[in-house]
Design a binder for this molecule. Structure first.
Ligand SMILES: Nc1ncnc2c1ncn2[C@@H]1O[C@H](COP(=O)(O)OP(=O)(O)OP(=O)(O)O)[C@@H](O)[C@H]1O
Length: 513
């Protein structure tokens, strides 16, 4: 019996046709994916199943009901984990985990029970103890993501929807999440997964619905879920071709454009050296908390390292220290944040304003008047280059799909004509076709003399792309791999601090520190 049936669904937001006669059908005991390019209507579909959005046309049946609001869907057994992490930051972990579980008149559990259950469930999900009394604001992004997941699975839902919810989790954590999904499926629930992670799709989903521009273009069975099939169906124009494009050979003989010697991410960490040359793409990997995120911020001078000085080379001879963020920006170092919501966008401002904010210092006329025409022209160029999908530039950025918001941030970084671009997991929530485009633009940027430092939580992103991958363990660079040695075996083993089966060949300069 189908659990969720969407027939001929349409939904418009003003002039935007988010869904146009789309269909979906899922059954008990399956993990079903909804895939499609950024802006193809996946989140809108997830919100319709959850009763958050009522479609303009078509019929929705979820577990025998026709949800008109979130309460209808929840009562029927639907639980949803949305793309944005929604938590009461000033409340405790257990209060957030149980938010929405108590009705106005009845309380199912005492406070002591809630704390105990929260400790148990989060301990299992996170893989280490989490204090149920901690205030959420003080916790890192990945723990916050787990709290949202814990809240959603607490009552063992019949339909559990993940809308890009593994995006903030690292590889090991994603595996734990997959175990949890399989357990729910085997217990008879249906898991609906919205994801751009192809490896994840191929690995754990039983079937998939593919959307293109708001229409369902096909339903794939497990055997049919391959990267090639998905890319082909998602977009008539997408191709996996870009990933096989050759990397340019770079010279590491020259002085690096950005470097730091004796860098300590935290006072008690082991020091390491880091450098990136013009034309070079350096991948940064590590499990959550291994120090890679802090390092990226330190390299971009957003924060100071505990030891070591970030240096920039202006020309082939001149090097100087970067003492502040302003100096780093003047030297052409640009940082793209991975935490879009917290430090990337101004949700109440338009796309134009969010893009223009980074250019105002350069594109303001002497009279103090902002050169809107010049900013607009730059935005046009970047919108076309990155295929940013939006209604009007004056629309609030928060009305854009998640992936398109991310593209605006990347566009903003490119528009500053940087020399070094430091990206913190930029492809999170970005569709496969756009990822390929992003790699292409970054390769072009590097071939024109730019340097790229690229942190990713997906190892696959480095293949055929990075010249070098540095792996963080315990707040230091534990291993570095040259391009031909960047593969899952090597990087994964290093991420777990293992080197046992890796044969390090001095000739290819893979180094373990
Ligand atoms: N509240 C809203 N107001 C205006 N437009 C909206 C709103 N919600 C969604 N849209 C638009 O509807 C379209 C589909 O958006 P949706 O978020 O469903 O896409 P998606 O496939 O989930 O994308 P992504 O992969 O980037 O998350 C997009 O063009 C988006 O800008």
């Amino acid at each position: 019996m189908p659990l969720v049936t969407l027939k001929n669904i349409s939904k418009n937001f003003g002039e935007t046709h988010a869904l146009r006669g789309a269909n979906l059908e899922t059954r008990l005991g399956e993990i079903h994916a909804i895939v499609g390019e950024n802006g193809s209507g996946k989140s809108t579909m997830a919100k319709i199943i959850s009763g958050v959005i009522v479609p303009d046309a078509g019929s929705v049946e979820v577990l025998g009901v026709h949800p008109k609001n979130p309460n209808d869907a929840i009562a029927a057994g639907v639980s949803t984990i949305f793309q944005e992490i929604m938590l009461a930051e000033d409340l405790t972990v257990y209060e957030n985990t149980f938010a929405g579980s108590d009705s106005l008149w009845t309380k199912k559990y005492s406070v002591a029970e809630k704390r105990k259950i929260t400790g148990e469930i989060l301990g299992r999900l996170v893989g280490e103890p989490v204090n149920p009394d901690a205030i959420v604001r003080t916790l890192p992004l990945n723990i916050k993501q787990w709290i949202v997941i814990a809240r959603a699975i607490l009552n063992r839902p019949k339909v559990l929807i993940f809308d890009e919810s593994s995006a903030a989790l690292d590889l090991e954590a994603t595996n734990r999440l997959h175990d949890e999904m399989r357990k729910l499926r085997d217990d008879g629930s249906c898991v609906i997964l919205v994801t751009h992670r192809i490896a994840e799709l191929v690995k754990i989903t039983d079937s998939a619905t593919v959307l293109r521009d708001g229409e369902t273009v096909g339903r794939l069975s497990k055997e049919e879920i391959t990267e090639e099939n998905i890319l082909k169906m998602m977009s008539a124009s997408s191709s996996a071709e870009a990933s096989t494009q050759a990397r340019k050979v770079i010279s590491t003989e020259q002085k690096p454009v950005l470097f730091v010697e004796g860098c300590k991410v935290t006072p008690d960490a082991k020091p390491f050296d880091f450098k990136v040359h013009a034309g070079e793409i350096v991948g940064i990997a590590g499990l959550d908390g291994a120090g890679q995120t802090e390092f990226l911020r330190q390299l971009s001078c957003i924060e100071a390292p505990a030891a070591g000085q970030v240096m920039v080379c202006d020309s082939s001879v001149e090097t100087h220290e970067l003492a502040s963020l302003a100096e780093a920006e003047d030297a052409g170092i640009t940082y793209v944040s991975g935490d879009r919501k917290l430090e990337g966008i101004f949700p109440n401002l338009s796309v134009f304003e969010n893009f223009g904010v980074a250019l105002m210092d350069r594109l303001t006329r002497r009279s103090g008047v902002i050169a809107r025409d010049l900013i607009g022209a730059k935005l046009d160029v970047e919108m076309e280059r990155l295929a940013i999908k939006l209604g009007h530039k004056s629309d609030k950025i928060s009305t854009l799909s998640g992936g398109n918001q991310q593209k605006v941030l990347i566009a903003r970084a490119f528009a500053r004509s940087p020399r070094v671009i430091v990206l913190n997991d930029p492809a999170r929530g970005v569709d496969v076709g756009t990822k390929q485009d992003l790699y292409k633009h970054l390769r072009e940027f590097a071939s024109n003399g730019g340097a790229v430092v690229y942190l990713s939580s997906e190892i696959e992103e480095f293949y055929n792309f990075a010249h070098r991958a540095d792996v963080f363990v315990n707040k230091t660079i534990f291993a570095s791999f040259k391009e031909q040695d960047i593969n899952e075996d090597h990087v994964l083993s290093a991420m777990f601090g293992r080197t046992g089966h890796i044969e390090f060949d001095a000739q290819v300069e893979a180094t373990v520190r």
